[in-house]
Design a protein around this ligand. Structure first.
Ligand SMILES: [Mn+2]
Length: 327
């Protein structure tokens, strides 16, 4: 049980609370921020989740009137969820620092002191796990819609309870949320089995040009704005490409370089021993041991070759001499 006493004091003393999460939101970002917001509103607070980019299409069914693109009030508290540095706020930094108090609820390794109060636990499967524990500790209301948001948070960040962060807490939480009425199958179908055909086409391009490295233990691919156009897709449709690459037999670590907003975004995933956060940090990024990312300020060709080299180095560190055996 984590210590939420400072957070609870601050929330209780605040009336107008703005919630922030990372740009290019994922299921955990939307789920944890949305759940916190809905629950705070039901406690009688004014609350909203301030976002910069529109909610991605695949998460739109979870979005509610809690998402706002302009602050509807002057906040007395800013809350950051699912982000370990203020760089991930992009254009919302000013709004975040406007409030006189700031707190952070997160499960990334903390890279910056951008708040007064932190509850950070990198061992938590999702930021949604911390929000859920906080709401229970406060005795805050969790209605069916809030429960669904929390379920989406933990379900997406654990890769449908497949990744190594899937632990007893995540499964217990999922069980409790199902006990509150969440329809797991319906939610998973909406999240994972409702993708547009253009996304599959984009995945196929990504897979087509994927290259195995380090004796098949690594895999690297990329996609560009031109690819999105060719497939009739959007940049957000490239998000699942990294999971496809990671799922290849024998692959320990996968890298996908995606053009987005005029830059190249690097996504990294691993399965057991490769520390992809250390690879991401070489490019100024961060994240988790087995899921990390960075923004690459370089031409595509250079990005592919430098990422491949960095990943190869991490894989040889991870496997040491055992690479002799091959597989
Ligand atoms: Mn997360």
């Amino acid at each position: 049980m984590r210590d939420y006493s400072e957070i609870i004091k601050l929330i209780e003393a605040s009336e107008r609370i703005l919630i922030f999460t990372h740009a290019n939101m994922d299921g955990d970002a939307l789920g944890s921020a949305g759940a916190l917001c809905r629950s705070l509103r039901q406690m009688g607070k004014q609350a909203a989740v301030l976002i910069q980019h529109p909610c991605p299409e695949y998460l739109a069914f979870l979005a509610g009137d809690f998402l706002v693109t302009e602050a509807p009030f002057e906040a007395d508290l800013s809350v950051a969820v699912d982000m370990g540095s203020d760089g991930r706020l992009e254009g919302l930094k000013e709004a975040f620092y406007k409030a006189p108090a700031r707190l952070c609820i997160d499960h990334h390794v903390r890279t910056e002191d951008f708040c007064e109060i932190f509850v950070v636990d990198p061992s938590a499967a999702a930021a949604g796990c911390l929000v859920y524990e906080l709401l229970k500790t406060m005795g805050a209301p969790i209605d069916l819609e809030t429960a669904g948001l929390l379920y989406a948070a933990v379900c997406t960040d654990t890769g449908s309870f497949r990744f190594s962060n899937t632990d007893r807490e995540a499964m217990t939480m999922a069980g409790e949320l199902i006990g509150m009425g969440v329809d797991s199958s319906a939610l998973c179908t909406a999240l994972f089995d409702s993708i547009p055909l253009c996304q599959l086409k984009l995945e196929s391009l990504i897979i087509e040009r994927a290259r195995l490295i380090a004796d098949g233990r690594g895999i690297v691919s990329w996609c560009t704005e031109e690819d999105y156009k060719a497939c009739g897709a959007l940049a957000e449709h490239a998000e699942t490409g990294i999971d496809r690459l990671r799922s290849v037999r024998g692959v320990e670590a996968a890298a996908l370089i995606k053009e987005r907003d005029g830059a190249f975004k690097l996504s990294l995933r691993s399965k057991t021993c490769a520390d992809v956060r250390s690879v991401a940090s070489r490019f100024g990024g961060g994240g988790h041991l087995m899921a990390a990312g960075a923004t690459l300020e370089m031409p595509l060709e250079e990005a592919v070759s430098r990422v491949s080299k960095a990943l190869e180095e991490e894989l040889s560190r991870c496997f040491g001499l055992s690479t002799e055996s091959g597989r």
